[in-house]
Design a protein around this ligand. Structure first.
Ligand SMILES: Nc1ncnc2c1ncn2[C@@H]1O[C@H](COP(=O)(O)OP(=O)(O)OP(=O)(O)O)[C@@H](O)[C@H]1O
Ligand SMILES: [Mg+2]
Length: 213
């Protein structure tokens, strides 16, 4: 089954064509890896698939339906169906790991009380829930970010260079964790520079100059 489709998607900035017409079908429950050199358009494509931004030209279908242009409607779809993980973890320093994990629930939805405990258990983070980000290792910070991406039980998880700030051993741990989420039925889309990460993927695509090659 196809969860999301990009059809002839372009993204043009005043001085640059970041995406020059990409078409892509994202299959349910696959781990899709987006590879390519710096500046090839990986993050731009992830932001398109994550409906954080709208194409200059072309179309995006989420579960068979056209994605609306309005930011409010897209925000609603994102909070219902999508989770996000970033290279710099994106944690708020002044609140605990637990409160960071709960952030997405502030924008609606009906997350059961015990869900945070369940996810923390699954990710081995239970003893760290009351720690602040500065008290966590890089791998632990990224596990908090992964827990946060899971809190609303999304269909698709998008991760832009999730191991970019981690040593290779910790990076492998994070990739294994993301692989296990795909095995558990999530669709996982990851941007990476690291060819070793291909081993974790069901599908690998390569980008160059704003196109899939
Ligand atoms: N907001 C923006 N305004 C203008 N140009 C942009 C913007 N965002 C990205 N670009 C340009 O679009 C191109 C693709 O950028 P993108 O961030 O998608 O690359 P990337 O493959 O993710 O690179 P990296 O591996 O360095 O993260 C680059 O040339 C970049 O400079
Ligand atoms: Mg990038």
């Amino acid at each position: 089954m196809i969860v999301e489709e990009l059809i002839g998607v372009h993204k043009h900035y005043p001085l640059i064509k970041a995406l020059g017409g990409v078409s892509l079908k994202i299959k349910s429950k696959e781990l899709l890896l987006i590879m390519g050199h710096s500046g090839s358009g990986k993050s731009t494509m992830l932001n398109m698939a994550g409906i954080l931004d709208v194409p200059t030209k072309g179309k995006i279908k989420l579960m068979g339906k056209d994605v609306p242009k309005s930011e409010a409607e897209r925000a609603k779809l994102r909070s219902e169906f999508m989770g996000f993980i970033f290279q710099d973890f994106g944690l708020i320093p002044s609140i605990t790991a637990k409160d960071n994990i709960l952030l997405p629930t502030l924008f609606g939805g009906n997350t059961p009380e015990n869900r945070v405990d369940e996810i923390a258990e699954q990710l081995g983070m239970t003893p760290r829930l009351n720690h602040y980000p500065s008290q966590l290792s890089g791998g632990e910070k990224q596990r908090v970010a992964i827990a946060r991406s899971l809190i609303n039980n999304p269909k698709i998880i998008f991760a832009d260079e999730p191991t970019g700030n981690l040593d290779s051993k910790t990076g492998d741990m994070v990739m294994k964790l993301l692989r296990s989420l795909a095995d558990g039925g999530k669709t996982v889309v990851i941007v990476s520079h690291n060819p070793e990460h291909e081993a974790y993927a069901d599908t690998v695509i390569n980008m160059k100059d704003g196109k899939i090659i």
